[in-house]
Design a protein around this ligand. Structure first.
Ligand SMILES: C=CC1=C(C)c2cc3[nH]c(cc4nc(cc5[nH]c(cc1n2)c(C)c5CCC(=O)O)C(CCC(=O)O)=C4C)c(C)c3C=C
Ligand SMILES: [Fe+2]
Ligand SMILES: [Fe+2]
Length: 353
């Protein structure tokens, strides 16, 4: 087949040979990626989601035979019902989907509207690592729309193999099967990006200003990972520590007032410490009466923030003597959230647009 550049001109001209396949090219795709979410809160939808999540070797690194037994005999028979109830309590009933999905879609729509004014060739889409819309489906769709350059944008400020690398692995599995692969770029972690830190701090200040109390302590809670991942070289812990320091400095609060911890522990292995639930309990028992929690590792509010922090940890705090508790929301699809994503995406698209 003649692969000279003129072939592509031909593809769009009236001189295209009758038996020539259709050729679409020249557009630039941006694919926003997040962790994933169940399709429903019932047992089978939850089971499918958890099974996909918990069979990802980037997420669970223990011996696969041991894990197969644990997953199938202990976790999948019970966890779907328990977590299904938790998801039901935060579900977006208007759209019958989780908040993570609603807000991911909105982020992509808002970013698409803004970037369309910058360069008409840009197509913004979104996908989930687990569940739908899948990375496979949306990557193929971008390619079919004529995107021969694609920026993968995992919306994890702090890098972890369990999240960022897992999303990229999934994308590369699809690319492995493409004859004409698009050129690919990957958004680097942005844990210390000044625009991200400024937006988080601006959001925190706005939320704090609306409170009827002044928190004695601000707890910055990050999603945890097993400690063994840190020991094997995952930079997630260091990225979180730097994000925490930069937020504290930008707030201008002293070191005693801003603490950090890791949440969402799973299984019996040791995870990064200190644990959020234990910290919240200890603070209340120490006599702290007013507490605010923020979770900057989540680009979007989800089960782990709306339920685990705002409901479970609120209860722990109040039950152990605390009097006032506030969860400060994530950046989501607000002006600050979109400003951060747009800044990162425009920076990474340099040379393409
Ligand atoms: C068991 C191992 C897990 C690791 C390691 C892990 C890391 C990790 N996860 C996020 C972000 C999110 N996780 C969410 C839910 C969730 N996470 C795990 C397990 C691990 N995560 C499970 C099993 C679940 C499902 C809920 C549950 O059963 O507990 C979510 C919420 C999704 C939603 O639909 O709302 C997010 C977001 C990060 C950032 C991370 C490591 C850095
Ligand atoms: Fe998780
Ligand atoms: Fe570290």
């Amino acid at each position: 087949m003649n692969m000279q550049p003129s072939r592509f001109d031909m593809a769009t001209s009236a001189h295209l040979p009758v038996d020539h396949p259709p050729v679409k090219f020249g557009r630039i795709g941006v694919l926003l990626l997040n962790v994933g979410t169940p399709e429903g809160t019932g047992y089978w939808a939850m089971r499918r989601y958890l099974k996909e999540f918990l069979t990802d070797r980037r997420v669970i690194e223990v011996n696969p035979i041991y894990w197969w037994v644990v997953l199938n005999t202990m976790i999948l028979p019970r966890r779907p019902a328990v977590k299904g109830k938790a998801y039901a309590s935060i579900w977006n009933n208007d759209r019958d989907e989780s908040p993570l999905k609603t807000i991911s879609r909105s982020q992509a729509e808002k970013l698409g509207a803004e970037l369309g004014g910058v360069d008409g060739r840009i197509v913004v889409d979104w996908a989930m690592r687990y569940g739908h819309p899948s990375i496979d489906e949306r990557l193929k769709s971008l390619k079919e729309a004529g995107c021969d350059r694609i920026l993968l944008a995992p919306l994890y400020p702090q890098y972890s193999a369990a999240t960022t690398a897992s999303a990229c692995d999934k994308a590369f599995q699809t690319l492995m099967k493409m004859r004409w692969q698009p050129s690919i770029r990957v958004l680097p972690p942005y844990y210390d990006d000044p625009v991200y830190i400024d937006a988080v701090v601006e959001g925190m200040k706005a939320s704090l200003a609306k409170l009827t109390f002044e928190p004695e302590i601000i707890l910055i809670s990050f999603h945890g990972v097993p400690k063994s991942y840190l020991m094997k070289g995952d930079p997630y812990h260091c990225h979180c520590a730097k994000t925490k320091r930069l937020i504290r400095e930008a707030l201008g609060f002293d070191t005693e007032r801003v603490m950090f911890s890791f949440q969402s522990r799973f299984g019996n292995e040791e995870w990064l410490q200190p644990y959020t639930d234990e910290t919240v309990k200890a603070l209340a028992e120490r006599g702290v009466k007013k507490l605010a929690i923020v979770a900057p590792s989540f680009a979007i509010d989800c089960l782990e923030t709306l339920e685990e922090l705002d409901v479970e940890n609120r209860e722990i705090f109040l039950h152990h003597g605390g009097e006032a508790f506030a969860y400060l929301p994530s950046l989501n699809d607000g002006a600050g959230g979109i400003r951060v994503i747009r800044h990162l995406v425009e920076r990474e698209l340099k040379g393409w647009i």
